[in-house]
Design a protein around this ligand. Structure first.
Ligand code: MLT
Length: 235
């Protein structure tokens, strides 16, 4: 049977062998939700970079610069990190360079993977179906917050494990823990999330609509994936 494991924060990545696995990077609030929304609605490609300076360099080459630090849009960029920013007709066919506090960093740190795909609640079933049809083991990489655990990415991991539990087995207890957490929360994800650190951070920034949207399941059926080492496109 294929195996599924969960890396609960990017700081734990050195514990995992990536080269023979498909890695699903998730940053529910909000990077991978925004990437999913953009790629599903016509953005041609997104270049995730870890550092603001690298994003500015791509901006100078003509890319649309996007992203945040501590939830706020970077000064001089055209887009922040709200999924609603990325669902815009003006972005159809365009390429975006993106940097975020945790999500793009997690993508960068996962580069040794056989393949990287981008997961969120918005494309949960599409991701599950894709993985079911591949022959490789899977690692879900939770982006967390500045190297630490977060609730929302672990909830997504649990939702994916629930969908895949008949065709995959988990190796370490993180799969079981995430599944139990998701099964406790799934009746009302929004209420469950209300005391979490990033909910409180984003509420402070007055973007609660973003949270509700990012917690909605199967809005899109797209599987964004990384090609050429650093370009996210539609599969
Ligand atoms: C991140 O990558 O850290 C997040 O997407 C932060 C945010 O909510 O903007």
């Amino acid at each position: 049977m294929k195996k599924i494991d969960i890396c609960l924060t990017p700081n734990l990545l050195p514990l995992y062998e990536l080269s023979d696995r498909i890695v699903v990077v998730v940053d529910v609030l909000r990077a991978t939700s925004s990437i999913t929304a953009g790629i599903a609605t016509g953005v041609k490609s997104i270049f995730p970079v870890a550092e603001v300076a690298a994003c500015q360099a791509l901006q100078a080459q003509g890319y649309i610069a996007a992203g945040e630090r501590d939830g706020k849009m970077v000064a001089g960029f055209s887009l922040g990190n709200s999924p609603f920013d990325y669902m815009n007709e003006a972005l159809q066919g365009k390429s975006i360079a993106m940097t975020t506090t945790n999500g793009t960093l997690a993508i960068d740190k996962s580069k040794a993977a056989k393949e990287i795909i981008i997961g969120s609640f918005l494309n949960l079933t599409a991701i599950a179906t894709y993985l079911e049809n591949q022959e490789y083991d899977v690692l879900i990489v939770c982006s967390g917050w500045k190297g630490k655990f977060n609730l929302e990415d672990t909830l997504f991991a649990g939702a994916l494990v629930e969908k895949l539990q008949d065709s995959f087995e988990y190796e370490c207890d993180s799969g079981l823990a995430a599944l139990c957490l998701y099964q406790t929360a799934k009746g009302d994800l929004m209420t469950f999330m209300k005391n979490s650190s990033h909910f409180r951070r984003l509420k402070h920034l007055d973007v609660v609509d973003d949270i509700a949207f990012c917690l909605s399941i199967d809005h899109f059926s797209v599987v964004p994936y990384v090609i050429n080492g650093n370009e996210i496109v539609k599969k």
